[in-house]
Design a protein around this ligand. Sequence first.
Ligand SMILES: C[S@@+](CC[C@H](N)C(=O)[O-])C[C@H]1O[C@@H](n2cnc3c(N)ncnc32)[C@H](O)[C@@H]1O
Length: 374
Amino acid sequence: MLISPHPDVTIGVGPAAHMIAEVADPASVSLAYLDPPYGTGRHFGHYADPLVGAHWAEELASTLRALEPVLAGHATIWIHLDEVSVYAGKNVADEVFGPGRYISTVVWERKDRPSYTHPVIANVLDYILVYAGTGTPRQLTVGQTTEGKRYPVHHRQNKVATLTFPPGSVTIGFEAKVIKAGRHDTKAIASTLDSDCEFKNGISATPMVMTGPFRYTQATIDSLAADGGIFHCPRLPLRPNYLARQVKGKPMTTLLSNKINGVPTNEVARTETGFATPKPVGLLERIILAGTLPGETVLDAYGGSMTTAVAAVNTGRTCRITEINPETVRDFGLPRFGTVDPVTVAALTAMHNGPKAQGAAVAAEEGFAPVCGA
Ligand SMILES: C[S@@+](CC[C@H](N)C(=O)[O-])C[C@H]1O[C@@H](n2cnc3c(N)ncnc32)[C@H](O)[C@@H]1O
């Protein structure tokens, strides 16, 4: 079952290994974030984590294998685990992707106020394994911006040509969903928009075709766009300016800490949703901003309360999510996007009351005894 609670969010309800191909097109995903059960054998308020050892590893491997065809060449994969599961998780990911694609492990300070329930030491950190997609990933930066030097694309002394700006490469500084084909002349330069161009959240969703005297060739436009270059049109008539990308701030480091760089902890996540094991929106925003450009696609294979979708929408990205538990989608995911349509509620309830979700089925098979309220 596919649900779209927001124009930029699609949720596939079912096991990730089956649903990833349903929600995402081949080579379309710029960043995949996975926050799977950690193989604890415990039961958390809203979902069971019954798979341990080899069963847990095989489940994670099947999700990673399903991910591979939908990854863009520049993609990064972020696998969020705890102090125990990170070691087995690295073995699984090395096996599926190959150890050469391992980039690093980001450490996130998950607790500001440790609970001293561990008999020996209070764990306050989670670990996020970062792997490269199928090609060369971009450099990850904090505070990356496209503001920088502007180069007008039109140049009146040059001969007239027609250029196509690929979808996603043009931004506009004014409100418009469609700019109709027509003349875009100024006193100095005659130019036309040759076909209607659609925009979504200020970013071109269809190719923008213009004729006029230009500074750049089509080959240069294509190569700048492929490199994430943006052509910004502040107003009408359309006069794209190439924004030379300027990386501001420091390259991203492997430390995400509330104390050091203001990344929220799980104490914050618990105030954002009633779900049992959420991650904070601010953590996901940090990861998405570092790893993707506006308009690109983020995928989360273990959606839970849909924190990743909220963060993607907040940062102007599109999101594809899979989540096995229809009840979680109904009670925790969808309400984050406003009132839930009663037909969708009924369909998810029927799905929940129908054949049991994979986790429950496996629990029965394994003779799993949940530790409630853990
Ligand atoms: C740790 S929670 C994710 C929490 C999420 N990051 C959030 O912020 O709410 C793991 C989620 O994965 C789901 N899940 C478990 N196995 C799955 C599978 N095979 N496919 C898709 N989702 C699965 C569980 O139902 C649970 O909601």
